[in-house]
Design a protein around this ligand. Structure first.
Ligand SMILES: *Cc1c(COP(=O)(O)O)cnc(C)c1O
Length: 224
C-alpha cells in the first residue's frame, strides 16, 4: 500500500472529525477496504468500524481486534448470526422479528447482550431491506421483550444516490419515527442512536437529526 494513499485517508478522517458537530458519531464504512487502510483511519481517530459482510469483517477483526467498536451495517442472514455476534458490538440492521429472535437466542447462549437498531425502509422501496415505517413500533415492542437485545434506535439508508436534498424527506420521516418511539417510553430501551447519512447525504442527515453517520467514500475514496 502506498504511503500517500494512507496519508490521504488520515487527512480525510481528521477533516471529518473537525467538521462533525459534537454528539454525531462517525462510522467508517469499511466494505472492500484492507486492514491497513482501516488501521490508517483508526490512527487518525475513527472509533467505530462499519462492516457489511460477516466474512470480510472476520478478516478485518482478526487483524485489528477489539480496540474499536464493530458495527454491522449490512443485511444479516440468519445463518451468519452466530459468527456475527462474536465480532460485532452493535447490529444496526434488524428488520424482522425472526432475525431479532435469532440474535437473541445466539446471544443468550453466550451470555451476551447486543445493542441493536431497527433498519427502516424509509422509502418503502420493494428491493430494499428494512422494516416499513408502520412496522417499526410493533417490531420495537417485540425487541424489548427479548432479554439479550438492547434497542438503541433506528437506522436508514434512504432511497437516493444523487441530490442529497432528495433524501431529506426520508431522513425526516425516520427522525419522526425515532421521536415517536422515544415517546412510548419502552421499558429497557435506550433510544439515543439515529444512524443515517452516507458520503453524499451526511450533511443533510445531520440537519435532520442524525446522531451517527456512516461514511465510506468520504474516508477511503471511491470503491471500484
Ligand atoms: C457502503 C455503505 C455506507 C457508506 O457509503 P458511502 O457512500 O461510500 O459513504 C453507509 N452505509 C451502508 C449501509 C453502506 O453499505
Amino acid at each position: 500500500m502506498l504511503g500517500p494513499e494512507l496519508e490521504q485517508i488520515k487527512q480525510n478522517v481528521r477533516q471529518l472529525i473537525n467538521e462533525l458537530p459534537p454528539g454525531v458519531e462517525l462510522v467508517a464504512a469499511a466494505k472492500q477496504q484492507t486492514a491497513e487502510k482501516i488501521m490508517a483511519a483508526i490512527e487518525a481517530g475513527v472509533r467505530i468500524i462499519g462492516e457489511n459482510y460477516v466474512q470480510e469483517a472476520a478478516e478485518a477483526f482478526q487483524a485489528i481486534g477489539p480496540r474499536v467498536q464493530w458495527s454491522f451495517i449490512g443485511h444479516l442472514q440468519k445463518n451468519k448470526v452466530k459468527r456475527a455476534i462474536e465480532i460485532f458490538d452493535i447490529i444496526e440492521t434488524v428488520d424482522s422479528l425472526e432475525l431479532a429472535e435469532e440474535i437473541n437466542k445466539r446471544c443468550a447462549a453466550l451470555g451476551k447482550n447486543m445493542p441493536v437498531l431497527i433498519e427502516v425502509n424509509s422509502g418503502r422501496e420493494p428491493q430494499k431491506f428494512g422494516a416499513r415505517p408502520e412496522e417499526v413500533e410493533p417490531l420495537a415492542r417485540a425487541i424489548i421483550a427479548l432479554p439479550n437485545l438492547k434497542l438503541r434506535g433506528l437506522m436508514t439508508m434512504g432511497p437516493f444516490e444523487g441530490d442529497p436534498e432528495q433524501a431529506r424527506p426520508y431522513f425526516r420521516l425516520t427522525r419522526q419515527l425515532f421521536e415517536q418511539l422515544k415517546g412510548l417510553n419502552l421499558p429497557g430501551a435506550e433510544l439515543n442512536i439515529l444512524s443515517m447519512g452516507m458520503t453524499n447525504s451526511y450533511r443533510v442527515a445531520i440537519e435532520e437529526g442524525a446522531t451517527r453517520v456512516r461514511l465510506g467514500t468520504r474516508i477511503f475514496g471511491p470503491r471500484f
